[in-house]
Ligand binder design. Structure first.
Ligand code: ZN
Ligand code: ZN
Length: 310
């Protein structure tokens, strides 16, 4: 134990205590890791749009038990290993893989814990069980820890959700992104900026295009590695068609997901390409034999998590 806490000592936690009530900073005691569990000293806990959804969720619409601590984008240092937990030493810096599955169902056993089939049995920290907006977090298994080497946990936390969602979306389409290929990212906010960097780092795409309505976000996208940064609209569609000799992009990631962005996405996707909807905008993409190029796959609702493609 460090000077940061002893068993039973009071620590602070940012907790939801009821439906449609603002979260409160409350005092709780330092949790004790049970068998196989790990206690982390939190370095960083990111805030996410899902936190706002939870705060505003109608009664009974999410499987949560109050009070619980928010925070599902977490990184920190191993503080204490529960009985039987092994493979890490006290002080190791780690990122927490957010989707906590059961580890036993068919999806979990192929690495897709984000699509655990025992829904309701396991809930991720910060989305049902206690999360990381506190001094300490209990992680139920070392399976959910990722060593981060020299990265500072205080800065690395958003990698576990914002970056992981984009990583999943990019990773599943890497086979389409060989030399000469084009990838388009619609929406250059947090997820989009991550996607541009991941496309640059992981794929052989020759041209990465970012589309947004905000000039400052387009500037950021260029700094992150986008070859072209285009203001959303008909001109952007025409430019992408020109860049791709009329064929369209091999991969289109819609990080917004509203009607206008989906329309642009369907206009710039190519035959045999992928159009992946990541954003939770809730827009509609008409799908019929004429609405998309031949054999273009529309992939819906990519969840945070590696989805079996790690
Ligand atoms: Zn989130
Ligand atoms: Zn499972």
């Amino acid at each position: 134990m460090t000077e940061y806490g002893t068993r039973g000592a009071a620590i602070k936690a940012f907790q939801l205590i009821g439906w449609r009530r603002p979260p409160e900073l409350r005092e709780i005691s330092v949790p004790e890791p049970g068998p196989g569990e790990v206690l982390l000293k939190i370095g960083g806990a990111g805030a996410c749009h899902s936190d706002l959804h939870l705060m505003e969720a109608p009664e009974g619409s999410a499987s949560v038990t109050f009070p619980f601590t928010l925070g599902h984008e977490n990184a920190g240092w191993v503080e204490k290993l529960g009985p039987g937990a092994a493979g890490y030493a006290v002080g190791d810096p780690v990122l927490v893989y957010g989707p906590w599955g059961c580890g036993r169902c068919p999806n979990c056993r192929t690495g897709m814990e984000n699509y655990c089939q025992n829904e309701g049995m396991e809930r991720p920290g910060g989305l049902g069980r206690n999360g990381g907006m506190a001094n300490y977090l209990v992680v139920p298994s070392t399976r959910f820890l990722i060593p981060i080497g020299d990265l500072d946990p205080r800065e690395a936390a958003p990698l576990s959700d914002a970056a992981l969602t984009s990583y999943h979306a990019v990773k599943r389409s890497l086979h389409l992104l060989g030399a000469g290929s084009t990838a388009v990212v619609i929406g250059a906010g947090g997820l989009g900026q991550m996607a541009v960097q991941l496309l640059r780092a992981l794929s052989a795409a020759t041209t990465i295009v970012a589309i947004d309505t905000a000039p400052d976000k387009l500037e950021t996208a260029k700094r992150m590695g986008a070859d072209e940064a285009l203001v959303s609209g008909e001109d952007a569609v025409k430019r992408i068609k020109d860049l791709t000799l009329g064929h369209g992009a091999n991969l289109v990631l819609d990080m917004v997901g509203i009607d206008p962005t989906l329309r642009v996405a369907s206009q710039v996707a190519r035959t045999l390409g992928h159009l992946t909807i990541v954003g939770l905008g809730g827009g509609a993409l008409p799908v019929n034999v004429f609405s998309l190029p031949h054999e273009c796959s529309a992939l819906l609702g990519v969840d945070p998590g590696v989805g079996g493609s790690r």
